[in-house]
Design a protein around this ligand. Structure first.
Ligand code: CU
Length: 352
């Protein structure tokens, strides 16, 4: 049963997934049945208390058995409860079995935060993840001790997005999964709803629902500069350079000499001697190409030993290039200006 987006009611938050309709319908069904029973039972109680109150000269005459009545009040609630169970179980099955075309996103819950890994391995941030609207998304969830290090104990967490009406425990030592299809673009709060220790109350995150095209662009271009770096592409590039293993083969200080690969200080913006080719200017295109397809142009005096980084996404790649540009102080500005999304200071270009 697919549902359209709807605003919240006085009891329930907004309904922003296709599963929400079924959950809400069942909730209200049980709610109104409970109200009806409450009125019926309390009404009878009040009426009988008045009708059969103690009066002088009137003695009680208990009626004994009434088989028909007893069968009725035993079996009619039984049927009602079986019906409710059936509805609930159906909803549970719908929530447990994702459609075949679902996108798979890995969720790591740790003490205390979340990490969401897109199908291409991209992790945007520990604070949010992005999904396309109107596409089923399956979350495969595991509990880790901390975000990266193996030490410490993994604990129970529970993934809960009220607006999607989904909730599932994340149990150490096993994978659990849950799926949803968001039916409205926007940002929705994720909670950990299993008390998991000191940081539990701060263990929030956000699902960002965007149009399919925007999601595709995100997977292609990669995430933006991490928020704590305030748009500083050069600083981000330095982190990526160190985190991607480049330092194993490249020194970056001019006075350090060379490793397996050339020293990258003062490379950007200068002429590069190549094996069997005329020297070329190390502009944006050249550097980009040397990282993605290192075998195409070999620097003179070196071998084709650099692994290809062809699958690196556009934004992180541009950040690394911005960092390499910063290692050539005389040419930094002219290179920054060639990098898409970067301004002449090496910062994220916000003028677009
Ligand atoms: Cu938790």
């Amino acid at each position: 049963m697919d549902t359209e987006y709807s605003e919240g009611t006085i009891q329930l938050p907004e309904a922003a997934s296709t599963l929400a309709g079924q959950v809400d319908a069942l909730y209200y069904q049980i709610f109104w049945i409970s109200i009806a029973f409450f009125i019926g039972i309390v009404g009878c109680m009040v009426y009988f208390a008045w009708r059969y109150r103690r009066r002088p000269g009137v003695s009680s005459k208990p009626p004994g058995h009434h088989n028909a009545l007893e069968l009725f009040w035993t079996f009619s609630p039984l049927l009602l409860l079986a019906f409710m169970f059936h509805q609930g179980f159906q909803g549970f099955i719908n929530m447990s079995v994702p459609p075949e075309n679902a996108i798979n996103i890995r969720v790591n819950a740790f003490r205390w935060g979340w990490e969401f890994e897109q199908p291409n391995g991209m992790i945007e941030s520990t604070g949010y993840f992005t999904v396309p609207s109107h596409r089923p998304v399956r979350l495969v969830m595991a509990s880790r001790p901390t975000s990266r290090e193996p030490e410490g104990a993994a604990v129970l967490h529970s993934f809960f997005v009220p607006a999607f009406r989904i909730k599932r425990d994340i149990v150490p030592g096993m994978y659990t999964s849950v799926w949803f299809e968001a039916n409205n673009e926007g940002r929705y709060q994720v909670y950990c709803t299993e008390y998991c220790g000191t940081g539990h109350s701060a263990m929030g995150a956000e699902v960002r629902v965007v149009p399919q095209e925007e999601y595709d662009a995100l997977l292609r271009d990669g995430p933006g500069v991490p928020p704590e770096l305030d748009g500083n592409y050069v600083a981000w590039g330095e982190q990526l350079f160190q985190g991607s293993g480049c330092t194993a083969c490249h020194y970056v200080n001019a006075d350090q000499g060379r490793l397996v690969g050339p020293n990258l200080a003062n490379v950007a913006g200068t002429m590069q001697p190549l094996e069997g080719e005329d020297p070329v200017l190390a502009d944006y295109e050249y550097i980009r190409n040397s990282i993605q397809y290192p075998g195409q142009q070999i620097v003179e005096g070196y071998n084709n030993q650099m692994p290809s980084y062809a699958s690196i996404q556009n934004r992180p790649l541009n950040a690394i290039i911005a960092y390499l540009a910063s290692l050539s102080p005389e040419h930094s500005t002219e290179l920054y200006e060639q990098i898409p999304g970067v301004d002449s200071e090496g910062m994220a270009d916000t003028s677009e």
